[in-house]
Design a binder for this molecule. Structure first.
Ligand code: SF4
Length: 186
């Protein structure tokens, strides 16, 4: 290791050394083109894994959540797309908001979104989550999820049918394939 790149390396704390060595390795791999080669090989594999194992947060807000439940039942069987609900945001990569979002719920929903690890996506299901729905311009209802969380896919309807939800997740599959988020060292 070339210590001339860090003249004060001897005086580093363990934490500082850990950060310095991580940056050193990352920059070396980027500069040498190794990252580009590894990304070219592994990014499609990560995207394949992500799109075939989507874990939405199990968090139904209002009546649209019943359509979400129906989509998981045997008639539509959303699980065949790899769609499995989890109860902790720390194990989820999709926030599926379905229902009206009250001003009181807004900070908690934002916190749940922030607790989800990267890469993550957001789906707004139903008129309420998209734009406030029947509570358009109401003082106590947020006028759309995208006013405080970035939304990837919108599902219109009141309520949208399970087919619409499945169609939205197929669209999300294509988006994940195209974006290839979470590549090597990102
Ligand atoms: S969009 Fe319609 S069905 Fe869905 S939560 Fe709002 S009122 Fe209920």
């Amino acid at each position: 290791m070339d210590l001339s790149l860090a003249p004060h390396a001897i005086a580093m704390t363990a934490k500082e050394f850990q950060i310095w060595s991580k940056n050193f390795v990352t920059e070396t791999l980027r500069a040498s083109g190794v990252k580009k080669v590894v990304d070219g090989i592994t990014a499609p594999i990560w995207a394949w894994g992500q799109r075939n194992a989507i874990y939405p947060l199990h968090f139904g807000i209002a009546c649209c959540a019943l359509e979400m439940a129906a989509a998981s039942a045997c008639r539509w069987d959303a699980e065949r797309l790899g769609l499995i609900y989890r109860s902790s945001p720390r194990q989820c990569d999709v926030l599926l908001a379905n229902g009206w979002i009250s001003q009181k719920l807004r900070p908690s929903l934002r916190r749940l979104y922030e607790q989800m690890p990267e890469p993550k996506w957001v789906v707004a299901m139903g008129e309420c989550a998209v734009s406030g729905g029947p509570w358009y311009d109401a003082y106590n209802v947020v006028q759309g999820l995208d006013t405080f969380i970035p939304v990837d896919i919108y599902i219109p309807g009141c309520p949208p049918r399970p087919e619409a939800m499945i169609d939205a997740f197929l669209m999300l599959n294509r988006k994940i394939t195209a974006e290839q988020k979470g590549t090597f060292l990102d």
